[in-house]
Structures are given as structure tokens and as C-alpha cells.
Design a protein around this ligand. Structure first.
Ligand code: SF4
Length: 395
């Protein structure tokens, strides 16, 4: 029985960053205690569906999960362990904001079973952090990393954003060199993207901020790949690098098209051949989880917190497998693909494969299909082509 991932979404932040389009809300911290109770109620709703399938990874994302006090985290973790079969060696991760971390807090997390922490540093340049509306400083980030080590976290990811508006390569190099000097086990490095509807998108539209330059971002990415290879990091996903043996097990479940359950407002799931997501607003989420619990009790129907669901047909599963799997640097294992779907990748996407091999963006071997180095820069062009028509159905 293969393990699933469990994701818990904590949608609260101290302030909203200008580039962020995640489902997160500033100034709602008062909801944190009741939200934790709702998460556990929702976990109960899924208990039977998950059954005895082992939970291989538990990931608290957000938002800013590190706003949750240790006592609250203990309640949630204990609740998760008593509801599902969490593997004894499960990877248990928390996304954390440098502004909200102390050694005592991190020690508390270690005691209750967290074994991986992901710190959203984003930059070691204070001016860049201000431009990104981050509430922490570079000094906070350094202190957060030191605290994680002091609390005996030996599996630490640092998150960074490169290709900021008008950011020269030299500035990105300074940030990444400082990150390397800390020797984290894992690095997640994303080019800044301008998401519709964000304050950043509005500032760019009004001419107050320059748009990120895709050529500069490509230059940053190229240099980064070389620098991290020289520093001994394995590049295992388009935007992720790890020391040997330190790849993120939770995210690998996503990229390998595996199954996971997402709890919380706006969380996404892939379970039993269905992809579904939960309502976005925390208050509405709490009301609907209560209604679902009552619905199960009186037999009138469960899972009202699910806002949208999609049955995964074999065609969609194949497209998902390719789009997700090609994000991995090792690419798609063609033998595993044949065993899973009874067909070769070429039987389904032969023409597109030929076209993109011709452009030098894909590389085909007897055993694998993978993006080339240039393909990693232009992966979205290929992923768009692989996207099938999708028809959402209501829950
Ligand atoms: S801390 Fe993260 S989730 Fe919160 S607003 Fe900033 S980018 Fe978004």
C-alpha cells in the first residue's frame, strides 16, 4: 500500500506580500485557535476514506504556519496521528517565516516530531525584502537559520526568489553565496512571477515598478544551475536542489503524480482518482466543515467544504503524469509509465515529443524522457501543449 502525503494549509500571515496570490489573509490571527479545531474536524471527515493507508509525509504550508504556537501544533499533530496511520519515519515539515521563529519555538517543534523546516528567506538584501513587502530582515533570516540549527534541525530548506525587477545578477549572486555559506540541506529557488490581481501586478501596470525581465531571469537561472552543481547540490526539480538524500519527500509525491489529502481552506487533494479543492475563505470553510460533520451524522451528505472536484480520466492522468514528471530533472521513467498506463509515452504524445526534441527542449533515451537544460528554461511552452481539455464538475 503506497503512502499518501498529508498537507495542512494555514492561511494566516502577519502582512500580505505584494507579489503573493496564495490563499492567505493578514490580520486574522484571532482565528488561529478555532481554525486548528476545524482542521481536526475535517481530518475526522476523511478518516474512513484514507483508512489504513500510511501517511508518508505531513506538510504544514501557508500562509505562515509558524504563527501557530507550539501548543496548537501539538494538538494538531496529535490529532493527525490519532486519525490517520502516520508512518514512524514520516517527513514532517513546516513552512516558516523568519520573522516568527525563535530557538524555543523550534525546539518545541522538534519535540513534537517536526523533522524538516522550510524557511522563506527570499533574499539576503534588506532593500529587496522591503520591495517584496516581507516583514523580516536579512538579519532575521540569518538568526532563524542559526536557531533552526541550535534546535537540532538537520533538514532545512531555504526559499529564495530571483529575477526581481531590476535585480542585477551580482545582487542575486550575493544572496545565493550567502545561502551557500550556511550549507542548508535544500534550496527552493523561484523566479519572481507577476500574478494577476496582486499589488505587484497593479504597480507594474501603473508604471511604478519595472516588470521582471525574463532574459535576466534566465541568466540568473543559468548561473544558479552551474553554481549549485559546483557546490554539490543535486538539481532534482526545475526549481529545487538538495544535498544527496535530502530531496523533499512531500513534494516528490506531487511531482510523481501520487496521492495526497489537503486539509484546510483552499487546500488541494488528489485521492482515489479525483482532484478536488476546498473553499477559500477560512470562516466559510469552518461553517462548511461543521455542516459536513452534521451531514454525516444525519445522513444528508458529507464534504460540503469541497468547492470543486474533477474526476481524473485516463487521458488526464497521463497528461498530469507528464506535466508533473517532466518537472523532475530525471524526467519520466518510460518503463514505469508503460506499467502504469499500458502504453508508451510515444503512443500518446509522439508528435509533441518529436516537435520538442526537434527544438532541443526535450531529450529522449531508451529509458527516460526528460527536459534538456534549455527545456527547463522554457518548460511552460511544453506544458501548455500537453494540457488536455478539462471539464470541472461540481462536488
Ligand atoms: S508570507 Fe508567504 S503566504 Fe504570506 S503573504 Fe507573504 S508570500 Fe504570501
Amino acid at each position: 500500500m503506497s503512502g499518501i502525503g498529508l498537507y495542512l494549509h494555514i492561511p494566516f500571515c502577519t502582512a500580505k506580500c505584494g507579489y503573493c496570490d496564495f490563499n492567505s489573509y493578514a490580520n486574522h490571527e484571532h482565528l488561529i485557535p478555532s481554525y486548528a479545531e476545524t482542521l481536526l474536524k475535517e481530518a475526522q471527515l476523511w478518516r474512513q476514506t484514507v483508512g489504513t493507508r500510511p501517511v508518508a509525509t505531513v506538510f504544514f504550508g501557508g500562509g505562515t504556519p509558524s504563527l501557530n504556537p507550539v501548543a496548537e501544533m501539538r494538538t494538531i499533530i496529535d490529532g493527525v496521528r490519532s486519525t490517520f496511520v502516520v508512518s514512524p519515519d514520516a517527513e514532517i515539515s513546516l513552512e516558516a517565516n523568519p520573522g516568527s521563529l525563535s530557538v524555543d519555538y523550534l525546539r518545541g517543534l522538534r519535540e513534537i516530531g517536526f523533522n524538516r523546516i522550510s524557511i522563506g528567506v527570499q533574499s539576503f538584501d534588506d532593500e529587496e525584502l522591503v520591495a517584496l513587502d516581507r516583514i523580516h530582515t536579512a538579519a532575521d533570516a540569518r538568526a532563524a537559520f542559526a536557531s533552526a540549527r541550535e534546535a537540532r534541525f538537520d533538514n532545512v530548506n531555504l526559499d529564495f526568489i530571483y529575477g526581481l525587477p531590476e535585480q542585477p545578477l551580482a545582487a542575486w549572486r550575493r544572496t545565493l553565496e550567502e545561502a551557500l555559506a550556511l550549507a542548508p540541506e535544500h534550496l527552493s529557488l523561484y523566479a519572481l512571477t507577476v500574478e494577476e490581481g496582486t499589488p505587484l501586478a497593479r504597480d507594474i501596470a501603473r508604471g511604478r515598478v519595472a516588470s521582471p525581465d525574463p532574459d535576466v531571469q534566465a541568466e540568473h537561472y543559468e548561473w544558479t544551475q552551474d553554481r549549485l552543481a559546483a557546490a554539490g547540490y543535486e538539481h532534482y526539480e526545475i526549481s529545487n536542489w538538495a544535498r544527496p538524500g535530502r530531496r523533499c519527500a512531500h513534494n516528490l509525491i506531487y511531482w510523481r503524480n501520487g496521492e495526497y489529502l489537503g486539509l484546510g481552506a483552499g487546500a488541494h487533494s488528489h485521492l482515489h482518482g479525483v482532484r478536488f479543492s476546498t473553499v477559500l475563505l477560512p470562516n466559510r470553510y469552518a461553517e462548511l466543515v461543521d455542516a459536513s460533520a452534521a451531514g454525516i451524522a444525519d445522513g444528508s451528505g458529507p464534504m460540503r467544504q469541497v468547492a470543486g472536484a474533477e474526476q481524473i480520466t485516463p487521458e488526464l492522468a497521463i497528461a498530469d503524469e507528464l506535466i508533473l514528471g517532466l518537472r523532475l530533472v530525471e524526467g519520466i521513467d518510460r518503463g514505469a509509465f508503460r506499467r502504469r498506463y499500458g502504453r508508451d509515452v510515444r503512443d500518446v504524445y509522439g508528435a509533441i515529443v518529436d516537435e520538442f526534441v526537434g527544438y532541443g527542449l526535450l531529450e529522449e533515451t531508451a529509458s527516460h524522457l526528460r527536459l534538456t537544460r534549455r527545456g527547463r528554461l522554457l518548460s511552460n511552452e511544453l506544458f501548455q501543449r500537453l494540457l488536455p481539455e478539462r471539464e470541472p464538475v461540481s462536488a
